[in-house]
Design a protein around this ligand. Structure first.
Ligand code: NAD
Ligand code: IPM
Ligand code: MN
Length: 348
């Protein structure tokens, strides 16, 4: 019996890093006698070009009948006209909401070899190991939008139930780790944040008394993330703050090209690097594929293919330890996406 993986390459470097994932999964299949049935479907700008829609029904159906979904990245300057009726990003948001994947898990580890790849001092980065749990299907991303003659609005809405279910995910994760939960909001200004803070406080006190819960305002959290990153264990936050803080956190690791994620709900899981389509380097074959390959490892783990997931993660670690670094991690390097992918396969 094989696993059905819907692959959504998307735009820019999306197709390049998706090909890396397909190659690595094919190698995993061979080594571990598994089988992955991987087919590609349209999403984002390329889907708009081909069908007029950023998320065609065929793609939704394929994702719903798959065991897991891998997404490369969507978007780019070609579709960036602020007055455009359809945008690639709508496709991704619709996919997340169709799949009901309300929890976006974004782990951040610093590879010892890469202490110098970050602009921050190495001594700050030692022992950094946290995970951002980002609410993914609510908040300002999904509220009513309105554009008037001389104004625009974006509604931000959260229900108690939406906050509780993501809090539970973060708590379960904290219980497996250092049991320190940092909930991030803007409760000094936003009503949704005051609801968030109330619900998180009550939920943790009632259900997870062993967890040390702290609340931080998002502005000072952004500062502390750089000032004292090893303090953090599990960061729980709403949709937009999680988006922003996780890109900031990628600087600790050394590159956006390293951060993986899983997006989970009740049904099929979606696995995506946190980075975008990187239009500045697209088409050159130099994108860092590790974020995507590590996302595929998260997929394998979620599919209960633990040996396989461990092997892929170890292989990426080995490739990094052996200096197989694309240009985002080493400005003098000529390592291509393909080279890095082949190195991972070799170390499997
Ligand atoms: P980006 O993440 O695409 O790029 C930011 C910077 O990081 C760029 O300098 C880029 O070259 C670098 N970078 C990102 N991934 C890399 C990789 N794997 N290897 C090497 N370098 C990498 O962010 P942006 O430029 O703000 O956005 C570009 C487009 O991507 C926009 O249309 C945006 O909407 C879209 N986007 C999509 C997703 C997604 O599909 N999940 C996520 C973020 C942004
Ligand atoms: C991400 C991206 C998306 C988001 C965009 C492209 C809709 O930035 O996956 O982090 O904001 O969620
Ligand atoms: Mn983002």
């Amino acid at each position: 019996m094989g696993y059905k993986i819907a692959c959504l390459p998307g735009d820019g470097i999306g197709p390049e890093v998706t090909d890396s994932v397909i190659e690595v999964l094919n190698a995993v299949a061979e080594k571990f006698q598994q089988s992955f049935e991987m087919s590609k479907y349209l999403i984002g700008g390329c889907a708009i070009d081909a069908t007029g829609e950023p998320l065609p029904q065929e793609t939704i159906d394929a994702c719903n009948s798959a065991d897991a979904v891998f997404l490369g990245a969507i978007g780019g300057p070609k579709w960036d006209d602020p007055n455009a009726k359809v945008r690639p990003e709508q496709g991704l948001l619709k996919l997340r909401s169709e799949l009901g994947v309300f929890s976006n898990i974004r782990p951040l580890t610093v590879f010892p070899k890469l202490l110098d790849a970050s602009p921050l001092k190495p001594e700050l980065l030692k022992d950094v190991d946290f995970v951002v749990v980002r609410e993914l299907t609510g908040g300002i991303y999904f509220g009513a939008k309105n554009r008037g003659e001389d104004f625009a609005t974006d509604e931000c809405r959260y229900s108690i139930q939406e906050v509780e279910r993501i809090t539970k995910v973060a708590c379960e994760m904290a219980m497996q780790r250092r049991k320190i939960l940092t909930s991030v909001d803007k409760a000094n200004v936003l009503e949704t944040s005051r609801l968030w803070r109330d619900v998180v406080s009550r939920y943790v006190a009632e259900n997870y008394p062993e967890i040390t819960l702290e609340h931080q305002l998002v502005d000072s959290c952004a500062m502390k993330l750089i000032q004292n990153p090893s303090h953090f264990d599990v960061i729980l936050t709403e949709n937009m703050f999680g988006d922003i803080l996780s890109d900031e956190a990628s600087v600790l690791a050394g590159s956006m090209g390293l951060l993986a994620s899983s997006s989970l709900g009740q049904g099929v899981g979606l696995f995506e690097p946190i980075h975008g389509s990187a239009p500045d380097i697209a088409g050159q074959g130099i994108a860092n594929p590790y974020a995507s390959i590590l996302s595929a490892a998260m997929m394998l783990r979620w599919l209960n293919l633990t040996k396989e997931a461990d092997a892929v993660e170890n292989a990426v670690q080995q490739a990094i330890a052996n200096d197989v670094l694309t240009r985002d991690l080493d400005a003098t390097s000529s390592v291509t996406t393909k080279d890095a992918t082949l190195a991972v396969i070799e170390y499997l």
